[in-house]
Design a binder for this molecule. Sequence first.
Ligand code: SF4
Length: 405
Amino acid sequence: MEPNVIKKTVREGSILFSNLTPGDGIKKAIQLGRQLSLMEIKESKMKGRGGAGFPVSTKLMLTAAAKDPVKYVVCNADEGEPGTFKDRVLLAEYPHKFLEGMIIAGFITGAKEGLIYLRGEYVYMLRHLNKIINEFREKKLLGENLFGIEDFSFDVKITLGAGAYVCGEETALIESLEGHRGEPRNRPPYPVNTGFMEHPTAVNNVETLATLPHILLIGGKAFSRYGTEQSTGSKLFSISGDCKKPGVYELEWGFTVKSMLERVGAKDTKAVQIGGASGVCIPESQFDRRIAYEDLPTGGSIIIFNKSRSMLHVLKNFMEFFVEESCGQCTPCRIGNMKLLEGVEKIEKGEYTFRYINTLKDLAQTMKVSSKCGLGQSSPNPFLSILENFKDEIFSLKGNGVYHE
Ligand code: SF4
């Protein structure tokens, strides 16, 4: 039975939410062959949908070019960014799409094994996903010598995560897959050369993989006509918070924040957090900005706050999250996030000075350049953007403090 997930939210869109007959994308890949399939993906100019925005074709090409008979395709289903629930919808309602994407990635790279790293909190989908995987095996879409092609064998298995946010980072995910503590590795070497069990590994997000069959079927060029120059195609956005119609929307990159707010029925909006907890928070004066790599990039999370919300409480919530989720491996992130949270608590009590706030801002900038992985590099984003964009509100909370302009 299909897991019952967020049925009340909206699903809209023209590519990913369009119909796809299971197997059609793989058949198209076989018809094109490995090289031309890769060329179509390259022509689509699609960037990975997990948030980092690395070109998908480059990752597949590097894995394909690696000289190792053992390779892996990993599906990153560790959707942990606060405010993101689009992969949950794909996993629960359209699992054949990302599975097909994994098979296509296996065909292109030469990997014979696919590993799905499923977020621990999504354990309730395990039985459903295994059922779909078995159906694929019965239909001979997974297994040995697929479509009678001698060097095309591919199968998948699921490994459950244990709830660590940092395991969304691909090298921490690989460590966890190997049974180790989920901590990011030093890079280089990159997973495309030295990944799971030291073999070349292409790690891709659920949405990225689910898009591959559609790209092959409509053609890379057609896909690239959607969106903007640097952000091609459409993408799923998890839109939540203070609005009438929260949901998963498939939208062309390049829309304005204002148009999005109108679409989801948001009123009296004070702030929009773009890119989850690690993203940036913009005020009403910036609602004409565009969601795209050229302006405001996001892995898909958009959270809306209306005028009743305290931005200091929003910030405190985010910083508590990062203190909890830092793996503790490197000092800038381990100590830095605690210091930023301490700063927020001091602001809350009114116990701060102008010099102290500036020191925290310097610390936040240092964390961005010196932290080992994306968590510590991006956790200062909400701190910096909320303090900057909502300073009038936040610094009017003087309490017993001695804040000097
Ligand atoms: S930045 Fe944070 S999460 Fe990443 S390795 Fe350092 S301590 Fe761990």
